[in-house]
Design a protein around this ligand. Structure first.
Ligand code: PGA
Ligand code: ZN
Length: 402
């Protein structure tokens, strides 16, 4: 074994995320490089995702790390990611990292991969994805938002756009332009009121979901016409967050399960939305399947809370033809190896994947690298804001290298 890749030491610390909440950052120290990673946190979390922190909170993750985990990972071979990730699971002993915290596992797992890549002298996207040349994922950004990311915004969590420019710079500039123009329209509409942004920097205002659809369509068309660049529209219902027992509760009234299926399909059929995420409650695989049957030929139907980056749940979705695509978030499952397993399971079924930020982000740019490594169709990470641009601007640099 080459001693250059033996873990010499590891450290963790508490840092803040974009919501001002505490999260974990980890360092893995090899003889010739150190890998550092900080883990993000969600707000509209899936029921089956890893628990971000132990019951006693983020400080407990640090305490457990210092008392037991640190000495167990010193001496490990950093090139054996699967072994390291397995060790984290073994130390935790639960099936959802409820003992050590999914964010500690995520930060350590990715810090190890970054350290190994650093020692090899290659970027993370090459280390995690091999040397194959894949397409760079197209940025998909949230321009109007609500749900659990705001108070009093739309019921639907995210209205998204993805401009299909030739270069990363063109894509992210046009996405930001659409965001900017929507802000101007909202200011005109709410003349004597202030409007705000949600956790992911999408605009939020007390408008209905229908008004949001119209506004996104209108501004996207305008920018598409002026630039000559195609704009794909997306929506993340995050439907579990407004499913109450039997009904989908919107501000204007409730929809039954069948009505919700029709409503979701209308986004594809009547409004031309290409990307449709979590249109049904996370337990309703069958409801997802009905939507995929009806509009899956023209839209990507994406499972986020439905799958929580869990290969077993994705396999069930494949068997039931529940969706034709999957959202990928490392800290939903807790390790890089398990994330790879989820991506591989989806890819082998011919499904597309979208790598995604969380609503509470750090300035870490690992999803930019993983989006390349995983051959993601899209990277969902907002349109503006430092913690979102950390990823988008990194993709500009990677594009230059490729
Ligand atoms: P999050 O949600 O708040 O759990 O990060 C983002 C999403 O639903 O895609
Ligand atoms: Zn989602």
């Amino acid at each position: 074994m080459n001693d250059d890749f033996i873990v010499q030491d590891a450290r963790v610390r508490i840092v803040l995320d974009s919501r001002g909440n505490k999260t974990i950052e980890a360092d893995i120290i090899l003889p010739y490089s150190t890998g550092t990673c900080s883990a993000p946190a969600g707000a509209s979390t899936g029921e089956t995702e890893a628990q971000a922190f132990p019951k006693k909170g983020v400080e407990e993750s640090v305490r457990i790390f210092n008392s037991t985990i640190r000495k167990k990972i010193i001496g490990v071979n950093a090139l054996n990611q699967r072994n390291f990730d397995g060790l984290l699971r073994e130390i935790d002993g639960s099936d959802n990292f409820s003992n050590i915290g999914g964010n500690l596992a995520t930060a350590l797992s990715l810090a190890l991969a970054k350290a190994a890549a650093g020692s090899l002298g290659i970027p993370l996207y090459r280390y995690a994805g091999g040397f194959l040349k894949g397409d760079i994922p197209k940025p998909m950004g949230n321009v109007i938002g609500g749900g659990k990311h705001t108070k009093n915004g739309t019921t639907i969590q995210e209205f998204l756009v993805s401009t299909q420019g030739k270069t990363m710079l063109e894509c992210i500039s046009l996405n930001a332009e659409i965001h900017k123009r929507i802000g101007i329209r909202l200011r005109e509409r709410f003349k004597n009121q202030s409007i705000g942004v949600g956790d992911e920097r999408a605009w939020t205002a007390s408008i209905s979901d229908e008004e949001a659809i119209d506004l996104v369509k209108e501004v996207s068309k305008e920018v598409e016409k002026e630039s000559g660049v195609k704009v794909l529209l997306g929506v993340d219902f995050a439907a579990s967050s407004f499913f109450e027992g039997k009904k989908y509760v919107y501000r204007r009234g409730s929809l039954s399960r069948d009505e919700q299926i029709d409503y979701a399909c209308s986004f594809s059929k009547s409004h031309g939305f290409y990307f449709i995420e979590d249109p049904m409650d996370e337990h309703d695989f069958e409801g997802f399947a009905e939507i995929t049957r009806k509009v899956g030929d023209r839209s990507v139907i994406v499972g986020d809370d439905l799958y929580t980056t869990n290969a077993e749940r994705i396999a069930r979705g494949i068997e039931m033809k529940a969706t034709n695509a999957v959202l990928i978030k490392v800290n939903q499952i807790g390790t890089l190896s398990d994330t790879w397993k989820a991506v591989r399971t989806a890819s082998e079924a011919g499904w597309k994947n979208t790598i995604s930020h969380r609503s509470g982000e750090t300035t870490d740019d690992f999803i930019a690298h993983l989006g390349i490594a995983f051959r993601s169709q899209f990277i969902k990470t907002g349109t503006i804001g430092g913690e979102r641009l950390a990823k988008l601007n990194e993709l500009i640099r990677i594009e230059e290298e490729l």
